[in-house]
Design a protein around this ligand. Structure first.
Ligand code: GDP
Ligand code: MG
Ligand code: ZN
Length: 376
């Protein structure tokens, strides 16, 4: 049986040494697949039993840290795998379940394949010089909940929140809104109401103060054993501080520490999956600007405010922007002042929110029915 000790890590990347400690201080020998986030969705794919399955917890350029029931491995894709991969997204990403052959004595493994992803955050990678192609890359996968983190002071912005919600829906993870720095906010109630207005109250919202840890318990409750959460939000909103608070120890660099980046932005530079002391898995990510999430930059840089203004100008209150006369959306699409893709994005977000709203109502109905039965 493979035991995780310092000697096992020797020969691994030096800067990476801390990774093993970060995994919730868990004795990896006793870890189970469900604790790592294994779900029916993955079991249903019936991975070849000649392989060991494991979860990618850290990604370097070529090497990966993977944890399975036999402990932690420094893993590398096989030559065949690399040869057959045609795009960046074919390579493993943090959160992926992979099939490996393991060499327990060396703490090493070879990756043969990736199980189908349940959810994925896609980043449009920088365009290679001399190439017209931009390539999508997976930043985090198999995430159950995405915590959209926004601060209650400077960063609070409803339009930005809408764009993050869209990202969440595109990823297939379930969004939850975390508002940080409530200690620096004097109109909490008004802000909470404003958020509920744009989400139709269909998305849970938690306000926290990461410093005094007020509200942290509510966050913790959501990250049950085996649940994977990704933290998403602009730089400086307190994602890493939140992670540290949840971990009960400083695993991530925070605030003002300029790790790299010539432009002077302080960032979380790599992605890593952490296991919380009470179970539950969290992936910290760099800010959205750094990530350039989604394939469409024009959407990220603008807001939907102009679309809402146009809609308000449509002749009919219930305009569906089809063939109705006096439709400002159609006029703008026709004269090119409104980009069709952006309008599609806007519609998609509205549909998603409406769907969530309906689902929430159904849940509430169900709960009501149950409690009525109980009262009888
Ligand atoms: N007052 C206050 N400051 C916070 C809170 N959360 C984070 N900060 C500070 O905000 C700064 C940026 O936090 P950081 O976690 O690095 O943000 P990240 O870029 O989203 O990871 C740091 O100086 C933190 O101490 C909070 O709830 N209240
Ligand atoms: Mg950070
Ligand atoms: Zn219209």
């Amino acid at each position: 049986m493979f035991h995780l000790t310092k000697t096992n890590n020797r020969g691994a990347l030096a800067e990476d040494r801390s990774a093993s400690h970060n995994f919730g201080g868990n004795n990896l020998k006793d870890i189970t697949l469900p604790e790592l986030g294994w779900q029916e969705f993955f079991a249903d794919q019936q991975p070849d039993t000649e392989f060991t399955v494991g979860r990618v917890i850290l990604q370097h350029k070529y090497l990966y840290r993977v944890v399975g029931v036999d402990g932690e491995f420094l893993a590398e894709p096989t030559g065949k795998f690399t040869f057959e991969a045609t795009a960046k997204k074919d390579f493993p990403a943090v959160g992926d379940w992979v099939m490996m052959t393991t060499y327990p004595h060396e703490g090493k493994a070879m990756i043969h394949g990736i199980l189908e992803r349940k959810s994925a955050f896609v980043r449009q990678a920088a365009r290679q010089s001399g190439s017209l192609k931009t390539e999508n890359q997976i930043v985090a996968s198999n995430v159950d909940f995405v915590f959209i983190v926004q601060s209650l002071n400077d960063d609070f912005n409803l339009r930005r929140l809408e764009r993050y919600l869209l990202l969440a829906y595109e990823s297939k993870a379930i969004p939850i809104i975390i508002l940080t720095k409530r200690d620096l906010c004097e109109d909490l109630e008004a802000k909470l109401q404003a958020v509920d207005l744009i989400t139709f109250e269909s998305i849970p919202v938690i306000a926290v103060d990461n410093i005094s840890k007020k509200g942290l318990e509510d966050v913790q409750k959501l990250i049950t054993t085996g649940t994977t959460v990704a933290l998403l939000g602009s730089s400086g909103v307190g994602k890493s501080t939140l992670l540290n608070a949840l971990m009960g120890t400083d695993v991530a660099a925070t605030g003002g520490i300029r790790e790299d980046d010539s432009k002077g932005r302080h960032t979380t530079t790599h992605r890593e999956l952490f296991m919380l002391p009470n179970g539950g898995l969290v992936i910290d990510t760099p800010g959205m600007r750094e990530l350039q999430l989604t394939g469409d930059d024009s959407m990220l840089d603008s807001t939907f405010g102009d679309i809402e203004v146009l809609i308000a100008g449509c002749r009919f209150n219930n305009c569906m922007h089809g063939n109705e006369p006096g439709c400002k959306i159609n006029e703008a699409l026709d004269d090119g002042s409104l980009d069709y893709d952006r309008f599609s994005s806007y519609q998609k977000l509205q549909r998603e929110l409406a769907y969530q709203n309906k689902r929430q109502r159904q849940n509430e109905m169900l709960q009501e029915k149950r409690s009525q039965k109980r009262r009888k």
